[in-house]
Design a protein around this ligand. Structure first.
Ligand code: KIV
Length: 277
């Protein structure tokens, strides 16, 4: 936790190299989503390493039921705001639904997120079929995070937000997907909603840091949607969500409690992980 923006400005900014070193040194990587400058600064002060401007903004900011309606302009707008709040943390921005359907679209939209949104890295969803796009972007100097497991942009194909990779064949395919994506040049892997054992296998196999959300405790880092962590809305939450607002005085303390729990390995606990049935 940093006590002032001056302290934060004196700290070395987190880069792709820092994330690789953290993995090598066994230091867990704490990541959160943010959508504006104030919360981004509060997270940066709390010591969050990576901030994602996720297309979850379609749901938590725009009030939609899915992420499908989010545009590149939406992400660029929020990413630019987030970037203004950051001194130390690394910023990733999501490529929204269909913004990388072709190589030309992918390069145009990723460039917009980096130039207009000031993103340090872009994230895109999907398996080995995206390897060509990852290679195209990566060889042109665009750092890529490949998002596997539950891919919310495929919600209408999947028919719901469900744990992925429970069956042997699906788990084997996910391991192939992850390998194809990192072979193609992905610098980071994000794994969503898989059994903890598959999260561990993906991490053991990966040459790059693996960030998990509902992917167990063996991954190199954790990410949550900030609204979930702060328990903004009532109602049932996914199993992996913990309410970090409990026992804290303000949002900075809640963010800091999350960072400490990730770094110490106390989050996620067994009850916050999925296991094979
Ligand atoms: O859009 C988002 O917030 C995400 C996280 C759920 C990882 O992709």
């Amino acid at each position: 936790m940093y006590s002032s923006v001056e302290d934060l400005s004196a700290a070395a900014p987190v880069t792709v190299k820092t994330l690789r070193e953290m993995r090598e040194n066994g230091e867990k990587i704490a990541c959160l989503t943010a959508y504006d400058a104030s919360f981004a600064q509060a997270q940066d002060l709390a010591g969050v390493d990576v901030i994602l401007v996720g297309d979850s903004l379609g749901m938590v900011i725009q009030g939609e039921k899915t992420t499908v309606g989010v545009s590149t302009a939406d992400i660029a707008y929020h990413a630019r705001a987030v970037s203004k709040g950051l001194r130390r943390a690394f910023m990733m921005a999501d490529m929204p639904f269909m913004s990388y359907a072709t190589l030309d679209l992918a390069i145009e939209n990723a460039t917009a997120l980096m130039q207009q949104g000031h993103a340090n890295m872009i994230k895109l969803e999907g398996g080995e079929q995206q390897a060509e796009i990852v290679e195209y972007l990566s060889t042109r100097g665009i750092p890529v995070c490949a998002h596997v497991g539950l891919c919310p942009q495929l919600i209408h194909k999947l028919g719901g937000f469900k744990v992925q990779g429970r069956e042997e064949a699906a788990a084997a395919q996910m391991l192939r997907d992850a390998k194809a994506l990192t072979d193609a040049g992905a610098d980071l892997l994000l794994v969503e909603c898989v059994p903890a054992a598959l999260g561990r296998e993906l991490t053991e196999q990966s040459p790059v840091p693996v960030i998990g959300i509902g992917a167990g405790s063996s991954v190199d880092g954790q990410i949550l949607v900030m609204h979930d962590l702060m328990n903004v809305l009532p109602g049932q939450k996914p199993r992996f969500v913990r309410d970090f607002s409990q026992g804290t005085q303000n949002v900075r303390e809640a963010f800091s409690a999350y960072v400490q729990a990730v770094k110490s390995g106390s989050y996620p606990a067994a009850a916050e992980q999925f296991f094979a049935e």
